[in-house]
Structure formats: structure tokens, C-alpha cells
Design a protein around this ligand. Structure first.
Ligand SMILES: Nc1ncnc2c1ncn2[C@@H]1O[C@H](COP(=O)(O)OP(=O)(O)O)[C@@H](O)[C@H]1O
Ligand SMILES: [Mg+2]
Length: 244
């Protein structure tokens, strides 16, 4: 059976003013894909995710999500932005923050079901024990798991994560990757950390103004888990040619 196309990006170009950041991008994302988006700083990765979310509009090309224009499909997407400025004095608990994922325009109260869904996501992210804590009492890794739980509380079909493991210690990163691997959603994860290639992704998009796709990544390759550098990465992807 042919897999359902979840996101379709066709000939998309985007510029900030006269600065062209993305050029002629094409990508089809299928149901169940776990795509890593890698590439240099300033390569356009965050801009690409913002286009998928409808936060920016391409000057050229089209993006469809479940066959619909992006702005009509927003409810299907859970998003973790690259930068979040937390107000550390916020009196909200972890549970309150996860519940925010259930917010809808015009909705005034959370239902019992909303609370049950929030509790389920806390469990999934293994932070139920932190539910009454304030955000300032958490480590970076714990904070990211709260935000992930909030994104999941929306019960989205697609998850888009922009550098979710940046500024987290290696142990915390591993935990987040392990949790992400278990999620059924179609996932797109931006990372400058090549470790992501070994965390269950099935396709890798390299973005540096243009997008190149590496298909069917073989993550079974034997490697030294203690040390992994760019040379080994080159060795690893040697067999995978870039395709447009
Ligand atoms: N709001 C903006 N206005 C103007 N230029 C921007 C804006 N956001 C990003 N850029 C520029 O667009 C390019 C791509 O940025 P970005 O998408 O954030 O890259 P990445 O996430 O890969 O580091 C960079 O040169 C950046 O300086
Ligand atoms: Mg970025």
C-alpha cells in the first residue's frame, strides 16, 4: 500500500527582503517518516520549519499539509520552536503548562478529558513526578520534556522540533531522543547534532539554501558510541548519494 503524503513542499523559495534563504525546495513527507533536518548555521533550517507552520509564507512555490493549505492544517502540527523565552517567575506548574496544549480559541475551561490527556503526555515524557513543580525548578532537559508534552497534548499528527536537544547535557539528549523514537507521529527534527542520525530517523534532509535528501539511512552501522566525528560521518554516508 502506498504511504499517505503528509506534507508536500513544491518548488518553494523564500527570501527575507532581498536575501534569498531557501531556493527551489522540494520535499514529500510520508506518514510515519522521521526526518532529520541538518545543515550549517544560517542554512535556512528554522526558516523552513516556519514555512511548514505558516508563520512565514513562501514567495514562490506551494506547501500542502494533508492536501490542505498550511494555515488550514495548523491544528495537525505540534511544534517546539528553537528559542523559547520562559518567564521564570511564572507561577504556573508543569501540569498547567502541559494543559496549555489543550487551549483552543474561545475555550474558557479545561475539561476532564483535557486533564486526562495532559496527564497521559506527562507520563509519556516520564515527568509525571514533576507535575507540581515550577518551570524554574527544572533542568534544561526536563524543561524540554515539558514543552514536548505540551506539544503532544494538542494530539497532533505531525511533530516539528527545532533543535530540541540544544543546550542540554549529553545524558539528557539521549533521553529525549529515546522518548521521541517511541512517538507514533510523523516527525521532523532539526538538529546541528549529528548524533540525531542514529536515533531512529529514516530520512535526512540537508538544508543549506537548497535541500538535499538522503533516503533510507542505515542506522545499523557499527560505530564507536563514545566518539563520533565528522570523518566518521563522511564514512557513514559515503554510500548515500545526495538526490534532489
Ligand atoms: N527574521 C529574519 N529577518 C532577516 N533575516 C533572517 C531572519 N531570520 C533568519 N534570517 C536569516 O536567514 C538565514 C537563515 O536563518 P535560519 O533559518 O535561522 O537558519 P538556521 O536555522 O539553519 O540556522 C540566516 O542568514 C539568517 O540570518
Ligand atoms: Mg535554526
Amino acid at each position: 500500500m502506498k504511504k499517505q503524503v503528509v506534507i508536500s513542499v513544491r518548488d518553494v523559495s523564500f527570501s527575507y527582503g532581498s536575501h534569498e534563504v531557501l531556493k527551489d525546495i522540494n520535499l514529500e513527507v510520508f506518514e510515519g517518516d522521521y526526518i532529520a533536518v541538518i545543515g550549517p548555521n544560517g542554512g535556512g533550517k528554522t526558516t523552513f520549519t516556519k514555512l511548514l507552520l505558516g508563520l512565514l509564507q513562501p514567495q514562490k512555490g506551494t506547501i500542502r499539509i494533508f492536501g490542505k493549505p498550511v494555515l488550514e492544517a495548523r491544528t495537525e502540527i505540534g511544534y517546539l520552536p528553537q528559542y523559547i523565552n520562559f518567564n521564570m517567575d511564572m507561577p504556573l506548574t508543569v501540569f498547567d503548562i502541559v494543559l496549555q496544549g489543550r487551549l483552543r480559541p474561545g475555550k474558557l475551561f479545561y475539561s476532564k478529558e483535557d486533564k486526562a490527556i495532559a496527564a497521559k503526555q506527562l507520563e509519556k515524557m516520564k515527568i509525571t513526578h514533576l507535575q507540581n513543580r515550577k518551570i524554574k525548578e527544572l533542568s534544561g532537559g526536563q524543561r524540554q520534556r515539558v514543552l514536548l508534552a505540551r506539544a503532544l497534548a494538542k494530539e497532533p499528527k505531525i511533530l516539528i522540533l527545532d533543535e530540541p536537544t540544544a543546550s542540554i547535557d549529553p545524558e539528557g539528549q539521549k533521553e529525549i531522543y529515546a522518548l521521541l523514537k517511541e512517538l507514533d507521529q510523523t516527525k521532523i527534527i532539526v538538529s546541528h547534532d549529528i548524533q540525531v542520525l542514529f536515533e531512529g530517523v529514516n530520512r535526512v534532509a540537508h538544508i543549506n539554501k537548497t535541500l538535499y535528501l538522503h533516503e533510507d539511512i542505515d542506522t545499523s552501522i557499527d560505530r564507536n558510541t563514545e566518539h563520533f566525528c565528522e570523518l566518521e560521518l563522511l564514512e557513514y554516508i559515503k554510500g548515500h548519494r545526495c538526490s534532489n
